[in-house]
Design a protein around this ligand. Structure first.
Ligand SMILES: Cc1ncc(C[n+]2csc(CCOP(=O)(O)OP(=O)(O)O)c2C)c(N)n1
Ligand SMILES: [Mg+2]
Length: 673
């Protein structure tokens, strides 16, 4: 600790040189913010951040979340100073196949906990990680989790994004004193100065939300050091350091005049002579800019040695804890392995003809008992989305008490989703969150990030269709299923469907769907569940077949004249419709498709067994017809769905009016045979 200010400044200039040079070479990127924030990140990494240079995955490490992912060159340059990236790799910013991508998501082995491309989400991921650390401290007793600090870096854009209100509220109410946030307040953003769009008193706002706040010169190493020390010492509250930073610190124009505090440096290379003048001004060599100064190397070598001692002490503490708590130590290792928890699914008792949201509650109550590292959240709907099945077996987090496992997020769906993503990024916990399906619209940006990052967050969406009824069209999801199922069609970078989306047909299929979701450790999963009761599928149904994404339900006829296809509660409507058709000797096969995405991963043979070619097909969906058009090609049949927003009326009336009845199934099928 306590490096000389001169060397610290030299190191920050080194970061500025590298960041500006990366962008210059790439001919694309964001130099200004990175140059302004260099002093903070350098003090953080050289004097505070506790990590094991040899073992990046150490679970008790401090974590640094960079909300403005566009400042990635600052992070990469910092990580080059600690040996996680080579200078050659820096020079390959944003190129095909390069590890230095535009906005990196996460790569723990390289020291990247996360950067957010979408401004605002990143610092809420950090808040989620801070919640996970508190949970793990309380549930394992491992002293490392109490020592862990989560550092978040936010910029003007993140502060302006509405999600910052939700994140700040949660961090405040939960008293997350393991969270230290640095606000790079440089008064400049992409196209304007901040004063043109924001005149709030940010410090007062965060204080009002329960944070401790300190404002400093964000380019003064001594002030930064003091502020981080102060922030780490704050008890019972999250801490915000507002650093007044200079955008493009040290930048010079082509005529040698100052290029600081200028919007133009936000998102474009400094360019030509401006670049050369800047590098010279910062003490670098414009012809050979990718270098680390000797005194900077020395400072970071010294820090690496300090970290060895710090880690040795922490590991000793952890070993003492593990020796005293061998079962907990084994459990902790399991939790961080990311493998699926062992669940005795036979413990789930389902009631006959139940709503699938209630069936989900029955599952959640078993998971609450059997999966001790699961955290369930709700956006103020726990008694409606039935996450209360989980809540009844535990209690909600409160400031200073994380011994429960329920996270009351308040009415803030995007904040909740981002917190859950942050928990998953932290590792060691299994997050799930619930709300009404129609409000998945408020969560999509986060769902997309979870899918991109391959994080196994569970999304529980209830009130899945127009059968919300009396609440009217604002509450009736119609196009949401089509939207969310697009994520099943989008492949992640591992070549898998980026999300598993399950809409179970009855109570027992809900158990099967939850099993699939819990066993899916490599992508997010979604459960789309009904508000209303659903008649059980016929006796003898083999629910294990749900694992194939689509299957023939019990009681179906062999060599059918028509294949009836649906997911969710519409399957039971098809079963009722089939009864009418059979009276006329029409043979029906009924296919439940909880997930078309999963079905499409089965063998061609299996797929054609379930949906034989050249047999007429009829699809029924409470969403847009497109939900089933991939399964029911136009030349083979028709899909009955909704083509408009819903209407306000009791759901049984809506079923009649909109044609979701056995009689209409009969009528439509007759029209195609
Ligand atoms: C949600 C979202 N909206 C818009 C953008 C595009 N964008 C990237 S940076 C930026 C301006 C950010 O300004 P600030 O956070 O102050 O960063 P600085 O200019 O100081 O580097 C914008 C609008 C984004 N990345 N994410
Ligand atoms: Mg800014």
């Amino acid at each position: 600790m306590s490096n000389s200010i001169q060397v610290l400044n030299h190191a920050a200039d080194n970061i500025r040189i590298l960041a500006a040079s990366m962008v210059e070479k790439a001919k694309s990127g964001h130099p200004g913010g990175a140059m302004g924030g260099a002093d903070f990140i350098n003090v953080l990494y050289s004097e505070f951040l506790q990590y094991d240079p040899e073992k990046p995955e150490w679970v008790g490490r401090d974590r640094f979340f960079l909300d403005p992912g566009h400042m990635a060159p600052m992070l990469y340059s910092q990580l080059a100073l600690i040996g996680k990236f080579t200078l050659d790799e820096l020079a390959q910013l944003r190129q095909w196949g390069s590890p230095t991508t535009g906005h990196p998501e996460f790569e723990v082995a390289r020291g990247i906990e996360n950067t957010s491309g979408p401004l605002g989400q990143g610092h809420v991921f950090a808040i989620g990680a801070a919640i996970a650390a508190k949970f793990l401290a309380a549930h394992t007793g491992n002293p490392s989790f109490s020592k862990e600090t989560i550092y978040a870096y936010i910029s003007d854009g993140g502060i302006e994004e509405e999600i910052s209100q939700g994140g700040a509220r949660i961090a405040g109410i939960l008293g997350l004193d393991n969270l230290v946030m640095f606000y790079d307040s440089n008064d400049i953003q992409l196209s304007t100065e901040t004063k043109e769009v924001m005149n709030e008193d940010t410090a007062a706002k965060y204080r009002a939300l329960g944070w401790e706040v300190k404002t400093i010169n964000g380019n003064d190493a001594a002030q930064i050091r003091e502020a981080i020390q102060w922030a780490k010492g704050v008890q019972g509250k999250p801490a915000l350091i507002i650093g007044k930073c200079i955008m493009g610190k040290g930048a010079r124009k082509d005529d040698g005049s100052s290029y600081e505090a200028n919007c133009k440096t936000h998102g474009a290379p400094l360019g030509g002579d401006a670049y050369r003048n800047t590098i010279k001004n910062l003490g670098g060599d414009p012809d050979n800019p990718f270098q680390i100064f000797d005194d900077v190397k020395e400072m970071y070598a010294k820090r690496a040695a300090e970290l060895k001692d710090i880690c040795a002490a922490r590991y000793a503490e952890e070993a003492a804890w593990a020796a005293a708590n061998p079962d907990k130590a084994v459990q902790q290792a399991e939790w961080f392995s990311g493998s699926a928890p062992k669940v005795d699914w036979t413990a789930v008792q389902q009631k006959a003809n139940d709503a699938t949201r209630s069936a989900s509650a029955a599952v959640l109550s078993v998971l609450a008992e059997q999966v001790p590292n699961m955290i369930c959240a709700s956006a103020d709907l726990s008694n409606s989305d039935k996450t209360d099945g989980f809540l009844k077996k535990t209690h909600a987090f409160t400031a200073g008490d994380f011994s429960g496992a329920f996270f009351q997020a308040g009415v803030a769906e995007l904040t909740m989703a981002c917190c859950c993503i942050g928990m998953a990024l932290h590792g060691g916990v299994i997050p799930a969150c619930g709300t009404f399906f129609v409000f998945s619209d408020y969560m999509k940006p986060a769902v997309r990030m979870a899918a991109l990052m391959e994080l196994p967050v569970k999304f529980i969406w209830t009130h899945d269709a127009f059968r919300v009824g009396e609440d009217g069209p604002t509450h009736e999801p119609v196009e949401q299923e089509a939207q969310i199922r697009l994520m099943e069609k989008l492949q992640n970078h591992s070549g898998k469907n980026s999300m598993l989306v399950l809409r179970p047909a009855d109570a027992k299929e809900t158990t099967a769907a939850w099993k699939l979701a819990m066993e899916n450790t490599t992508t997010p999963s979604a459960l789309i569940l009904s508000r209303q009761n659903i008649a059980d599928l016929p006796e003898g149904n083999d629910y294990s077949q749900a694992a194939k994404g689509a299957y023939i339900v019990a009681g179906s006829d062999a060599n059918p004249d028509v294949v009836l296809v649906a997911s969710g509660s519409e399957v039971s409507t098809l079963v009722a419709g089939a009864e009418l058709l059979r009276k006329e000797g029409i043979k029906c096969s009924i296919v439940s498709v909880p997930s078309e995405g999963l079905f499409r991963t089965q063998t061609a043979d299996y797929q054609s067994k379930i949906l034989p070619a050249n047999v007429k097909k009829f699809g029924l969906t409470a969403g847009l017809p497109v939900n089933l058009e991939g399964l029911v090609p136009r030349n083979e049949g028709i899909v009955w769905g909704l083509s408009s927003f819903g209407f306000s009326a009791p759901y049984k009336v809506l079923d009649e009016k909109l044609g979701f009845t056995a009689e209409n199934v009969y009528k439509q099928v007759k029209s195609i045979l």
